[in-house]
Design a protein around this ligand. Structure first.
Ligand code: B1M
Length: 233
């Protein structure tokens, strides 16, 4: 296969995501897996498309329904490509393990689902617990899958408390150091993240992979938790 064929098929994947076209994403993924291999197809096709979408959404050039269609197309392509990865490639791809959900009492999941899509396209193994997730469930699942990061989304001011409760539970169990905690969602501020001693705060879905990557890469050398909203002050 020529370099031209490779760039054509990668572009096709990228555009399928940008256009939110699931069928095109699946077809391009099948083709790309044979031509460039699944890893390159994920990193230089699907993820690139999702990055473009994130940027456009951030700049108000597109609206939420387009982002969600793109996320669905990305997932469809990812399913095909993941099935073609070898065990070694799977391990190489894995940037980290994230357990994520919307907190107890809150059923808003649109933003959380976008964060999940961004993290998956960024190479993270994501365990999505859905909505209305009790602190105990976050902690149990994080221990079970040996998560690097627990991510909690909250849209309701009345449910914010459960982010705090989850951090407190980790502390009470003596396992606070085992998992980074990141928080996000419309009701979450940097001040709140600091108050509950979270390790990070994500303002936007597109920030989430960078936030998780930076936490994992900097590892436990951090003497104290660092609160950072990547695109905000
Ligand atoms: Co409700 N709702 N809602 N709602 N709803 C809000 C949140 C509200 C602000 C509306 C308002 O009053 N102006 C208000 C909350 C007020 C407050 O507490 N401060 C509210 C309320 C009060 C309620 C009910 C109580 C209403 C009622 O029944 N009386 C009820 C609560 C139900 C419950 O949860 N128990 C309710 C119900 C619903 C619907 C079911 C109808 C629906 C949710 C559908 C669904 O999610 N499947 C809904 C919706 C759609 C909204 C609004 C209109 C939109 C939320 C949304 O999806 N935004 C919302 C008003 C608003 O925000 N303008 C509202 C788009 C989404 C992409 O943004 O979720 O912020 P967001 O996610 C962003 C970032 O925050 C970030 O990335 C995303 C993309 O950039 N992010 C993270 C999110 N999670 C992250 C996690 C991270 C990192 C980044 O790391 C872990």
């Amino acid at each position: 296969m020529s370099a031209k064929d490779e760039s054509i098929v990668l572009k096709r994947l990228e555009e399928a995501v940008i256009n939110g076209d699931e069928q095109a994403a699946k077809a391009a993924a099948e083709e790309a897996a044979d031509i460039v291999g699944p890893t390159k197809a994920i990193n230089e096709g699907l993820a690139k498309g999702m990055a473009v979408i994130g940027e456009k959404f951030h700049n108000f050039e597109i609206f939420l329904p387009q982002v969600m269609l793109a996320a669905d197309a990305m997932k469809a392509g990812l399913e095909v490509l993941k099935s073609r990865l070898s065990k070694e490639e799977m391990a190489d791809m894995r940037k980290g393990v994230v357990v994520i959900g919307t907190v107890y009492g809150d059923i808003h999941d649109i933003g959380k689902n976008l964060v999940v899509a961004m993290l998956e396209s960024g190479g993270f193994e994501v365990h999505d617990l859905g909505v209305d997730v009790h602190p105990k469930k976050f902690v149990e699942e994080a221990r079970k899958v040996k998560a690097d990061i627990i991510g909690m989304s909250s849209l309701l001011t009345s449910s914010l408390y459960y982010q705090k409760e989850t951090v407190a539970l980790l502390q009470d169990m003596g396992i606070r150091e085992d998992h980074y905690v990141i928080v996000g969602g419309a009701s979450v501020t940097t001040r709140w993240a600091e108050e509950i001693a979270a390790d990070g705060w994500g303002k936007n879905a597109e920030d989430a992979p960078e936030l998780c990557r930076s936490l994992i890469e900097r590892g436990r050398e951090l003497k104290k938790p660092v609160i950072k909203g990547i695109t905000s002050a």
